[in-house]
Design a protein around this ligand. Sequence first.
Ligand code: T3D
Length: 258
Amino acid sequence: MSEILFDISNGVGRITLNRPDVLNSFNRDMALAMQDALDECASNSEVRCILITGAGRAFCAGQDLQEAISTDGPGMQNIVKEHYNPIILKIRGIEKPVVAAVNGVAAGAGANIALAADMCIATESASFIQAFSKIGLIPDSGGTFTLPRLVGFQRATALMMLGDKVSASDAANMGMIYRAVPDEEFSAETDKLCNKLAIMPTRGLGLTKRALNLSMNNDLGQQLDVEESLQTQAGKSYDYREGVNAFLEKRKPEFQGK
Ligand code: T3D
């Protein structure tokens, strides 16, 4: 069975982590296959929204700890350098919306991959665990960058040092994720969100993502310059003309993502 399932439907590229017997924990094959799927999503113009989810009862339990301690495994440094770092850089670098649909527990690198997405929607029974401290590791997969920016420095420190399990509802309340939805509505709400994003002006959304990425390290003056430059680019897009024309003609816009 393939470690990653991938399909494209209605403009949504769906990446499913598929090692349910070990709660979709990452081994090398799964990490490299996910990178390939993200590359396909980046280059294929059919894909206008990317959905990352998990098979079975979990989203992802982080690194496969059997592989991590195996003497003929990839080794700690390569795991971080060759598996997780490229995944996070690809998720943040793809100029299309990335949605993490957290269908169950998200632990360790699994939690931080979900938090790297542009929007994280979770089922109410899901949970998030910065599990690293429990086994003597530090948070990786961008967690030390992302989590303090989402929930504040103190709370991020506590979550990372204590490794407490956070329910999806608490995660939504503290701004860690976008939404927690009742389990019975999760699938429909996820589809609704992704299908909506997939017919929006993809180029504009991609430039919005670039501006948000750059805002992490810019001061106000630099960020205003970024907005000026990216707005000029957005203003030259097909979808901007279509959006304005549709408004003036009192009809629904038909965006093409360019
Ligand atoms: O080299 C490096 O390691 C650097 C990279 C680090 C990145 C990281 O992600 S470090 C953090 C690694 N992840 C963890 O420490 C989490 C480990 N898992 C858990 O704490 C628990 O499984 C959960 C809290 C996520 C879920 O608990 P529960 O009770 O719902 O499920 P379970 O019974 O623990 O797990 C079900 C099965 O999945 C079980 O196998 P079995 O007994 O049915 O044969 C369990 O061993 C397996 N499993 C769960 N997580 C992992 C795993 N197998 C390998 N690696 C895992 N991470």
